[in-house]
Design a binder for this molecule. Sequence first.
Ligand code: NAD
Ligand code: UD1
Length: 324
Amino acid sequence: MTRRALVTGGAGFIGSHLAERLLRLGYAVTVLDDLSSGLREYVPAGADFLRGDVRRLGDVQAAFARPPDVVAHVAGQASTVRSFDDPGWDLSVNAVGTLNVLHACLAARTPRLLLASSMTIYGHPERLPVPESLPPRPISYYGVSKWAAERAVLLTSERTDLPAPFRATAFRMFNVYGERQSLENPYQGVLGIFLGNVLRDERIRIFGDGEQSRDFVHVDDVVRAWTDAIDREASFGKAINLGSGERISINALVDAVLRAQGRDRSGGVVEYGPARPGDQRHMCADLSLAREVLGFQPAVSLDDGLERTLAWARGQAASAGRAP
Ligand code: NAD
Ligand code: UD1
């Protein structure tokens, strides 16, 4: 029998890739998204689309009209910086939204929930690479809301008083990049921002000294891990890091982006501004648990992934430049 999957946030960057992969695996897919940062055209053909806000329980319940076998809760506000502008809004989208999804799962007896958590919950970790066993100590409101959401789904997964089986897995994703990452939105991931800057001939702005580092992982590697986890009992009840296991400084990333476009820093294309609040200094994933539980092995190197993303971004820039 065809299994049903609900992907919240399936019109966004990561969610649209996940919805696509679930369809390829034979799932009947429904996407719930309010299109606040996602695009309707990113919802893959073949998926049902419902426009709705995860902060509204009624909208979430409508997506459970035909109860799914698995829910991938990807919808969220993804920006660390915006969480400082409006912490209450961040908390309501990321934490209350997750509680609504959780409530609907229990009411519909949906047995499986996968959650988009984040490496931001670690704050400034005491060692690198970061294993899941380090205590969370977020330094941004975004990290707090992701930690609240993660703990809520995992504690529910541990409950023994529920009438039906319920198992959750949270993915602490590091810096995910790839095709369909926004090239225009200044609140989305840094790689898409830099690619957009370079293709539009704008200056690149680095916040802080640029020596902060991040672990960039391609979206294909990430969504493969999500779908591999669905039936993998060893992943039930766990929070699992998803990264590449390598880190690169933001300065080096800028140079790689410029080089891929056949350019360098000449002409003052790179400028520096003040560091942003809640900015972590160094991050890198320890992938031991992901390897053990999911057999996770990132397949896309940063060089290849950057090339692929740049090719996609050039296509976007070309079609944006064409007359309607
Ligand atoms: P994105 O903005 O492209 O995707 C988020 C999607 O959720 C969008 O389609 C948006 O329209 C939708 N959405 C937002 N608020 C909603 C609401 N109230 N109701 C319904 N839909 C809503 O961002 P993304 O990079 O694909 O991130 C997806 C998820 O993964 C987010 O929860 C984010 O916090 C998390 N995450 C992202 C990264 C990363 O590096 N991109 C890393 C760790 C965690
Ligand atoms: C990112 C994600 C977050 C996710 C987390 C986990 C976004 C917007 N944020 O947070 O959802 O949970 O990873 O991996 O996708 N920078 C610049 N210039 C710019 C933009 C950014 O120098 O124009 C710097 C930032 O100050 C930061 C680094 O680049 O030091 C990465 O920034 P960003 O991509 O916004 O992500 P994170 O805060 O790491």
